[in-house]
Write a protein that binds this ligand. Structure first.
Ligand SMILES: Nc1nc2c(c(=O)[nH]1)N[C@H]1C(S)=C(S)[C@@H](COP(=O)(O)O)O[C@H]1N2
Ligand SMILES: [Mo]
Length: 316
């Protein structure tokens, strides 16, 4: 069996795109310009999208300063639209995100295909400022808008057999050019254990910066699991399936020795090709010090008990 290793087709994975983005900011600063004036013209300098009513939930928000709109919407991972950090902003704009349906399947009482609005309408939206730590050792602070995933899961009434829940991204190569290449097995699937999915920190995001999600951030519905590496947070979700057995997930299949099912942020367990001890905060500037990565991305007090007794080196 051919095991595709991301390194084989992403030789420039970690640094060049970041350095490139920072260099542009650096040049902009030197010229006394707004960074946006030298960034690609493809994206708006100010927030777009429909304004949402979503009071901030301070209990679940970090006090750290959020990244800029430019960082949050211009530096993305979304391989359906290309593997460079600037590709999603440049290429995702045409994705049709309305109307949108989500199919609920498997071990749940409330199954079927729902209009997105019907699925989320009963749940009030709130804003939560979360850290997002990418497995590639960069991080951002992002003011998400969404609903607690656990509230929706409970409403769907998983059966007693449901132990996992999988989230599948849209598969549509006509709209998602990255799906015409085999960079990953499409569609993108990520999954959680049910107790993870019902943890109060797990969020289904419909917006960011007080407005509906830009396509590059996963419109119209994406997961945000702040104590896990960013790849667990699937974008453009069309299917939620409750399962008895642990499902195969995209990144784990693509490199099982590099990307575990759990993917909990853990500075003590390095990625085989790089350290996870520190991270680079996007937007901090070329000369800013890397910062230490915290266990469970700093959410250990809330989530560590989910993994009591588990060997986190084995279940990484
Ligand atoms: N469908 C899909 N979801 C995805 C990805 C992807 O390539 N495709 N990339 C993941 C990774 S690696 C990260 S770090 C986050 C990035 O989210 P952001 O671009 O909103 O910051 O999205 C995750 N969700
Ligand atoms: Mo990531």
């Amino acid at each position: 069996m051919l095991i595709r290793r991301p390194a084989d087709y992403r030789p420039s994975e970690i640094t060049p795109a970041e350095v490139y983005a920072d260099r542009r900011r650096f040049i902009a600063a030197a010229l006394g310009l707004a960074a946006s004036s030298v960034l690609p013209a493809a994206r708006a300098a100010t927030p777009t999208g429909t304004p949402l009513t979503a009071p901030r939930n301070p209990k679940f928000s970090t006090a750290e300063t959020p990244n800029s709109w430019d960082d949050v919407t211009g530096y993305n991972n979304y391989y359906e639209f290309g593997t460079d950090k600037s590709d999603p902003a440049a290429n995702a704009g045409h994705l049709r995100v309305s109307p949108w349906t989500v199919t609920v399947a498997g071990e749940a009482e409330l199954r079927g295909t729902f209009a997105l609005e019907d699925l989320i309408r009963p749940h009030p939206l709130e804003e939560r400022v979360y850290r997002l730590r990418c497995v590639e050792a960069w991080s951002m602070v992002i003011p998400w808008v969404g609903l607690p995933l656990g509230d929706l899961v409970r409403r769907l009434k998983p059966t007693s057999r449901a132990k996992y829940v999988a989230f599948t991204t849209l598969r549509d190569p006509t709209q998602m050019p990255g799906q015409r290449s085999s960079v990953l097995d499409w569609p993108y699937v990520e999954a959680l254990r049910i107790d993870e999915a019902t943890h109060p920190l797990a969020l289904l995001a419909t917006g960011v910066y007080g407005r509906s999600l830009p396509n590059q951030n996963g419109a119209p519905l994406r997961l945000v699991v702040p104590w896990k590496y960013g790849f667990k947070s699937g974008k453009a979700i069309v299917r939620i399936e409750f399962m008895e057995k642990m499902p195969a997930t995209t990144w784990n299949r693509s490199g099982p020795e590099e990307y575990g099912f759990y993917a909990n942020v853990n500075p003590a367990v390095d990625h085989p090709r790089w350290s996870q001890k520190t991270e680079r905060r996007i937007g901090a500037g070329l000369f800013a010090a890397r910062q230490p990565t915290l266990p469970f991305n700093g959410y250990g007090e809330q989530v560590a008990s989910l993994y009591a007794g588990m060997d986190l080196r084995r279940y990484f």
